[in-house]
Design a protein around this ligand. Structure first.
Ligand code: FAD
Ligand code: DLZ
Ligand code: SF4
Length: 510
């Protein structure tokens, strides 16, 4: 019996469920580069080059290991341009008695595969790279008034026995986040991120991307991502050896000219399968046990992976497809051109967009507290904001992008994922970065043309949405402060915001 085993672009691991019972002699493995996946949103050039190169390297490895590979390149004659049509075409060519696929990570692709009729059974297997199944998450969520990552995370720690000593959390506490908010200090020496020179195969892919996707956002060069499992393991090792020690302390810090900071830069590799989440977590725990990294750093890193990563995926599958439509604040402002690199006088936004364009990467606090904070307080349309975040980051797949954008930054789900909106004034950005020093605006000024726009947009957001937010007990202090604000001050907030929004709409440089 011949099976056709489909490997999607984000399933690049030999331990993937669809290969668990592969018969090397008889089965065929299908991988395909298709125009539709690269253009349904116009992904950053670096993301496409990264994924195509990683796919080709993975296929090459499978060939060396003796598998029958049916690999369709983007420019192969006959390439139909869509995943579904390529699977159909391969079924016609290979004539298997079964198609096996690991559940696609994105709802859109799962629906497309489920609705296929290729004349043979399609076996869709759970993706066991994730640490929590859909059923487990649904069970955990059922009956709870509020979903909170922290409680989910504790369950995951217990389930996988991670940072647990004698049944209790290592060090006595579950969470050391309060130790992970140090502002950057002058003269921080940030180690280089992992870099590998593009080999011949990657160069070929880069030429293809430069030719076919020239109008997509983002810089293709320099390209230094890992594109094989071996290289991704080196990137993991380099993070554990050189940056994990400071990951916790400076997790929220932003420094001009330092796009990578002490973060791991592993999301690209974990999300496409080159690394497995549990091996990253185990490497970090091992470093702690060996005395190489402090607990606040190790626990913080582990929480991101077995906590946040699994939690957002759980919410995605719990709430799709309606989650895509969520717009709690009825926000409808168009995404301004500054997100695509048009000039802006707001230095924090300029830095984060420029680095995003160069690297297809920004770290979490840049995404959350600069780009996301602006999208929230300016009332940008969730659909356009989601599309932007899907386009620009090399780690973006809808299962992880959508909950982070709709839930975490925009609060467009009304508080399902997080308990309050992450809105902040310029003071937060000034505390956690050195961006304000080089800015046209004055972070110390609350109103007027020179004032930092975040300072008045923050209050304008709270005023505009008070009917929806006043009942949120985590915002009660802030609303009491607003009540005590003079009428004159409230008027200045509104006037400054109107002036700012008018300028945005008139496409002036803000
Ligand atoms: P580190 O800071 O080193 O964290 C370690 C790992 O934890 C990451 O590699 C990632 O796998 C995981 N992680 C951390 N935070 C989150 C989170 N909030 N959700 C899920 N996983 C997390 N992450 C993506 O992988 N893809 C996205 O498209 C994406 N879009 C985002 C959009 C917004 C608006 C925000 C606020 C966050 C988004 N994130 C996304 C989460 C997070 O910002 C990135 O995972 C992280 O910046 C990747 O860099 P890193 O590998 O250096 O992470
Ligand atoms: C993101 C992406 C891109 C750019 N190209 C491909 C591709 O050519 N072939 C493929 O199998 N997957 C690609 N992907 C990933 C998919 O868009 C999608 O995220 C996965 O199939 C998971 O559902
Ligand atoms: Fe950003 Fe305001 Fe600081 Fe300028 S002053 S960098 S706009 S926070």
């Amino acid at each position: 019996m011949t099976a056709l085993r489909v490997i999607l672009g984000d399933q690049l691991n030999p331990r993937i469920a669809s290969l668990s019972d592969v018969n090397k002699a008889e089965d065929h493995i299908l991988m395909c580069e298709v125009g539709q996946e690269a253009t349904y949103v116009k992904h950053h050039k670096k993301k496409i080059a990264f994924l195509f190169s990683a796919m080709r390297h993975f296929a090459e490895q499978l060939v060396q290991d003796g598998f029958n590979i049916h690999y369709v390149k983007l420019d192969d004659p006959g390439n139909t341009g869509s995943l579904v049509d390529e699977i159909t075409r391969a079924v016609e060519i290979i004539d298997p008695s079964l198609v096996v696929v690991t559940e696609p990570s994105e709802y859109r692709v799962l629906q497309a595969i489920k609705s296929m009729d290729v004349g043979v059974n399609i076996d869709i297997r759970p993706d066991d790279r994730f640490l929590c199944t859909h059923d487990e998450f649904a069970q955990w969520a059922s009956g709870r008034k509020q979903l909170r990552m922290e409680y989910f995370y504790r369950e995951m720690r217990k389930k996988y026995n991670i940072l647990i000593d004698d049944g209790k959390p290592t060090g006595g506490d579950w969470n050391y986040d309060s130790e992970n908010r140090k502002p950057p200090k002058a003269g921080l020496m940030v180690p280089q991120t992992f870099a590998s020179a593009p080999d011949e195969l990657t160069q070929e892919v880069m030429a293809l991307v430069a030719d076919r996707f020239a109008d997509h956002f983002g810089d293709l060069e320099p390209f230094h991502f890992a594109v094989t499992r071996e290289q991704a393991l080196q990137a993991l090792e380099q993070f554990i050896d050189e940056r994990l020690i400071n990951f916790g302390d400076y997790q929220d810090a932003m420094v001009q000219g330092e796009p990578w900071m002490y973060h791991s830069h592993l999301s690209f590799y974990i999300n496409c399968g080159l690394l497995l989440p549990l091996e990253c977590v185990e490497a970090a725990e091992h470093a702690y046990r060996a005395g190489q990294a402090p607990l606040n750093a190790v626990e913080g890193f582990i929480r991101q992976i077995i906590g946040w990563r699994e939690y957002v995926r759980g919410i995605y599958w719990l709430k799709m497809p309606s989650y895509e439509q969520a717009n709690f604040f009825d926000a409808d402002r168009d995404l301004p051109a500054l997100f695509w690199g048009a000039d802006t006088k707001m230095n924090c936004l300029k830095q984060c967009v420029t680095e995003t364009k160069e690297n297809a990467y920004a770290h979490h606090i840049q995404r959350l507290m600069v780009l996301g904070n602006f999208a929230l307080v300016a009332g940008l349309d969730p659909k356009q904001v989601n599309e932007w975040f899907m386009v620009v980051y090399a780690d973006a797949y809808q299962w992880v992008e959508l909950p982070n954008v709709t839930g975490m930054i925009l609060f467009a789900d009304g508080g399902l994922l997080g308990s309050k909106p992450y809105a902040a004034s310029g003071a937060y950005i000034n505390k956690m970065s050195n961006y304000c020093k080089g800015c046209h605006y004055k972070v110390s000024k609350k109103n007027g043309e020179q004032a930092c726009p975040f300072n008045y947009l923050y209050w304008d957001f709270l005023i505009r949405n008070q009917s929806k937010l006043r009942g949120n007990h985590r915002l009660s202090m802030i609303y009491r402060t607003l009540e005590r604000m003079s009428e004159e001050k409230v008027d200045s907030v509104k006037m400054d915001s109107i002036r700012f929004f008018d300028a945005l709409e008139a496409k002036q440089i803000v």
